[in-house]
Design a protein around this ligand. Structure first.
Ligand SMILES: [Zn+2]
Ligand SMILES: [Zn+2]
Length: 252
């Protein structure tokens, strides 16, 4: 997926090199390759010469991304779910996703009574990894894992959750464990995991839970169940998108 994205990127932006001279060569080459006769050739060349010259500002155009997201499996995470997460984050946030090799789960986050991992300690661990890797301040780190995760709440000492993210912040985590329960098929699991990734990364961009129920926004509170995830469009509604663009505008 990373390679595909890179190839696509090169395909789109490749001809727009920094050197304006590089711009003219591919056009000349393609114009020369398709003609069948001398006449056609003459027309084609005339057309190419008549084309307005490219401005330097266009030649300098670089791909625009809102931020980078480092995607890191904690212990392991299936490829199809990683692809679904990457696709959704690129689509909703215009981010560049950087895939990391899997990292071991930190022992300090393990909660033996329920055999699961404390999400706040996983976030602390992701903070440390971000520091170790030299992740830029405005980039995000999303941990994805198949193990069950939980938080301590006022009411419950150990409350199982789908995901957890700092609001605003740099780190978030999503677990597929509960998202696989009663899923109709694998595509349904992919949708849920991708929607949760959009939700948690939304938190890191400073998006709180919203009230865009009618628009079925992915930033609705899960309210202790999967229904709001399952009925979500998976796409940020207008209110959340406006807030995102205020909090983390696209570069000009
Ligand atoms: Zn949330
Ligand atoms: Zn919303």
């Amino acid at each position: 997926m990373v390679m595909m994205a890179l190839l696509l990127f090169l395909a789109v932006f490749g001809p727009l090199g920094c050197d304006p001279r590089a711009r003219t060569q591919p056009i000349d080459a393609s114009a020369g390759g398709g003609e069948a006769s001398g006449e056609a050739r003459g027309e084609t060349e005339a057309t190419v010469r008549a084309a307005p010259p490219e401005g330097p500002e266009e030649a300098d155009e670089a791909p625009k991304v809102r931020a980078q997201v480092y995607l890191v499996p904690l212990k392991a995470f299936p490829d199809d779910l990683l692809d679904a997460v990457e696709d959704a984050l690129v689509r909703e946030y215009s981010v560049e996703v950087i895939r990391r090799e899997p990292e071991p789960l930190p022992k300090a986050a393990y909660y033996p009574p329920r055999k699961r991992y404390k999400a706040d300690r996983l976030l602390d661990h992701l903070d440390r990894l971000a520091f170790e890797w030299g992740v830029p301040e405005d980039a995000k780190v999303l941990g994805v894992t198949e193990v069950d995760i939980s938080v301590t709440t006022d009411e419950y000492p150990d409350w199982g959750i789908y995901g957890y993210g700092r609001t605003p912040g740099q780190v978030a985590v999503v677990s597929s464990k509960r998202l696989k329960r009663k899923a109709k098929d694998r595509g349904h699991v992919r949708f849920r995991v991708a929607t949760l990734a959009v939700h948690e990364i939304g938190h890191t961009f400073g998006l709180p839970h919203c009230d865009e129920h009618e628009q079925r926004c992915p930033m609705l509170d899960a309210e202790g169940g999967i229904e709001n995830t399952d009925s979500s469009t998976g796409k940020l509604a207008l209110g959340c998108r406006a807030r995102l663009n205020r909090n983390a505008p696209m570069p000009k």
